[in-house]
Design a protein around this ligand. Structure first.
Ligand code: NAD
Length: 361
């Protein structure tokens, strides 16, 4: 019996609909396994702008810090028509997202990419590749590297010149490497570290530190792969990967490539973690204003994000397995929301999908 405090940020658009279904599933887990989940509902994004004038308040940050984990829907609205996007950049919904990641020290982004056999028709790869299925997790460093280094644009000898800096120190590399090996221990025990060590100094340090950390995890197989080869291998033979860990920009690109080959944004969970077991869990997709408020959204990405919370923040392996198995079961039985619908399947709404999954936990 465990008692956990969960900060819940439903957010905007489809956020409230999909998070409500994830909570339905968590409640079923609590009931079945005798746990207690206490939810604190918090505002962030557009709904916070409407009430508080800012996308993220200090109270929301403090409540998140006082919780064991954060479950989030999505934030933001229609970027051309919503009045939120007439505000200065630092007051728009997305500013809240960047700020909360920074305040909570979330340096590791985890994106599992799993091809369900029932949805393999949506996979854009050749059938001989998709038939094998794949189940990998991309871990992207989120707070260092090229996106956070010093940058400038200036005229040098009469020629406009732009400079971005890619810098990593050994502490930043070590903490994400440790995270990658810890996560691999909960999966198939293989880490592929992606770099460009044939060219970049930052990659050579990356490779050295990852290799050092590997010594503490003798059960985990480590391989190093150059980023250009990794991009190719992802579409040639994705089944070879378990945990792929990489720096910020390489991860930005490879995680989008990996999510594309699964074929459905409504199925993709994600987590962002700090050094402890604390994490923020959210679907990879956005607030989908085009279908908001119509009970049409696919809640599975959010439900699988909640399963990641059980696994990585609460060490509830059996419970996480039960939720993931319930999702597979519902797909096997042919239930589909609109985004993953195919011929001969049974169409269901967002709330029906949540109920069906909760019943099968
Ligand atoms: P989006 O992911 O919201 O939507 C892209 C397409 O995917 C839409 O057709 C949408 O209907 C569909 N889709 C997304 N999630 C779905 C689900 N669960 N079920 C069924 N269909 C789904 O991306 P966008 O339209 O580029 O952005 C909309 C808003 O979301 C913007 O304000 C953007 O800034 C924001 N956004 C927020 C996050 C976040 O909260 N982390 C991430 C990305 C985008």
């Amino acid at each position: 019996m465990m008692n956990k405090k969960i900060a819940v940020i439903k957010g905007d658009g489809i956020g409230p609909e999909i998070v409500t279904e994830a909570m339905k599933v968590l409640d079923k887990v609590a009931e079945k396994y005798g746990h207690k989940f206490d939810y604190t509902q918090l505002l962030m994004g557009g709904c916070s702008i409407d009430v508080n004038g800012v996308p993220l308040t200090d109270e929301t940050i403090a409540e998140c810090k006082a919780s064991d984990a954060v479950l989030m829907g999505s934030i933001g609205g229609n970027t051309t028509t919503s009045p939120w996007y007439k505000l200065p950049a630092d007051l728009r919904p997305e500013a809240g997202l960047l700020k909360i990641r920074k305040e909570l020290g979330l340096f590791a982004n985890l994106r599992p990419c799993l091809l369900y056999p029932q949805l393999s028709g949506a996979c854009p790869l050749k059938e001989e590749i998709s038939a094998k299925g794949f189940d990998m997790l991309i871990m992207r460093e989120l707070t260092g590297g090229l996106y956070f280094g010093a940058r400038k644009t200036e005229e040098v000898d009469g020629v406009m010149t732009a400079v971005d800096t890619l810098s990593y120190n050994e502490k930043e590399i070590r903490r994400i490497a440790v995270k990658a090996f810890e996560v691999a221990m909960k999966r198939r025990k293989k880490v592929t570290s992606v770099d460009k060590a044939n060219v970049l100094d930052s990659s050579r340090l990356w490779r050295k530190i990852v290799t050092e950390v590997a010594a503490d995890y003798p059960e985990v197989e480590l391989e190093h792969m150059l980023v250009d080869n990794s991009a190719m291998q992802l579409v040639r033979d994705p089944a070879q990967f378990d945990v792929m860990v990489t720096e910020n920009m390489f991860g930005d690109i490879l995680s989008d490539e990996a999510s594309m080959i699964t074929g459905s944004i409504g199925m993709l969970p994600s987590a962002s973690m700090n050094e402890t077991k604390f994490g923020l869990y959210e679907p990879s997709g956005g607030s989908a204003p085009d279908i908001a408020g119509q009970d049409k959204a696919n809640p599975i990405a959010t439900i699988l994000s909640a399963a990641m919370m059980l696994r990585y923040s609460f060490d509830m392996t059996e419970e996480a397995d039960a939720v993931e198995a319930a999702v597979t079961k519902v797909l096997e039985e042919g239930y589909r929301t609109g985004d993953i619908m195919s011929e001969g399947c049974k169409p269901v709404s967002c709330s029906q999908m949540g109920t069906l999954i909760a019943e099968r936990v």
